[in-house]
Design a protein around this ligand. Structure first.
Ligand code: GYE
Length: 330
């Protein structure tokens, strides 16, 4: 009798455990670090934590994601972090409470995300990184974005060609700790190592903004080494555009006295190339909306996606800018 009741109690506990497991969203990742999708809502609810609006690239990126969500009837919860990691962490926690189907996230910096990403995983919500990466490879499903190291290499190759391997370079770096700032610096330095006549003599963050790019370039030019600068590498177009103003104010000719290469390929960079003030822009495509929502649809349908979905990009110089600008989309 006693044995029977113990057996019943035991079976009951097993049944309860089975029910609890069935009710909880799956938390264990498959081989690719992908949580199995929860049963999606209709319409799909997607939380997107954007960095801010620091550059033309960023504005085009937000617009692409917003308009694609609208075109597909997705319920997009858009949160602007105004460049602050703490705001992004708060937004991510809010998305968990709001029980979104998928979290999309452009991390302002690479480190410091592990606790919140674990919370998201425990809630069984897939994470897609767009634009920038974090260091925790096992805590997201996929990254959609560019090869920033290659962009840095491309910028350096252009400069090596344009200066016949002789340049005294000032570098305007992106946001400290940001994936593209780290990798664009790395790729550029890699190619520079093969050119003993090319040296970086000044390097500082201009935070990916026009205002800061202008301000930092002004201090570079006013420093004792300022007059020796013959080239500028800016990690984005906005900083180069700010620097162009500082160069003109210092009485030097951007694009002639100082050869300038930057990254992104925004319309304003093409305009500066048409005017001859910028020499080259290495493209980085911000129009990630369509590929992002294609990927979201695959993930909620339970399909595997690659760990990195890379974007295709080119290099544009002022020689062809007047023609190229006609077909630019951002
Ligand atoms: O190059 C810059 C923006 O993360 C790739 O961020 C992006 C960069 C882009 O502010 O303009």
């Amino acid at each position: 009798m006693q044995r029977t009741s113990r057996l019943v109690a035991c079976l009951g506990a097993i049944a309860l455990a089975a029910v609890l497991v069935a009710c909880k969203k799956p938390t264990s990742p498959d081989a690719h670090g992908t949580p199995a999708p929860a049963s999606p809502k209709s319409p799909l609810k997607v939380g997107f934590s954007q960095i801010g609006a620091e550059s033309d690239w960023r504005k085009a990126n937000s617009e692409s994601i917003r308009s694609e969500a609208a075109a597909r009837g997705v319920n997009l919860v858009f949160s602007d972090a105004q460049q602050k990691q703490e705001n992004q962490i708060k937004a991510l926690r809010t998305f968990i409470v709001q029980d979104v189907d998928v979290i999309v996230f452009a991390p302002v910096v690479k480190t410091g995300w592990e606790p919140v990403l674990r919370e998201i995983r425990d809630a069984g919500i897939p994470v897609i990184l767009t634009d920038r990466r974090v260091e925790n490879e096992d805590l997201y499903t996929t990254f959609i974005g560019a090869d920033f190291v290659e962009e840095g290499r491309r910028a350096a190759r252009f400069l090596a060609d344009a200066t016949s391997g002789n340049a005294v370079i000032a570098e305007l770096e992106g946001t400290p700790g940001a994936d593209p700032a780290i990798d664009r610096k790395k790729g550029f330095a890699e190619v520079l190592a093969q050119h003993p006549g090319m040296k970086i003599i000044k390097s500082q963050s201009g935070e990916f903004t026009r205002a800061k790019g202008r301000e930092v370039m002004e201090t570079f030019l006013k420093s004792p080494e300022g007059p020796s600068i013959t080239a500028l590498y800016a990690h984005n177009d906005d900083m180069a555009l700010g620097a162009i103003q500082a160069i003109e104010e210092a009485g030097r000719r951007p694009g002639e006295d100082i050869i300038i290469v930057s990254v992104d390929g925004v319309r304003a960079a093409f305009e500066a190339m048409v005017e001859g003030k910028l020499n080259c822009t290495v493209e980085c495509n911000p129009l990630l909306g369509p590929i992002l929502f294609d990927t979201i649809e695959k993930i909620v349908a339970g399909q595997q996606v690659p760990k990195w979905i890379a974007t295709e990009e080119g290099v544009f110089t002022r020689q062809t800018a007047a023609e190229d600008i006609k077909t630019r989309k951002y």
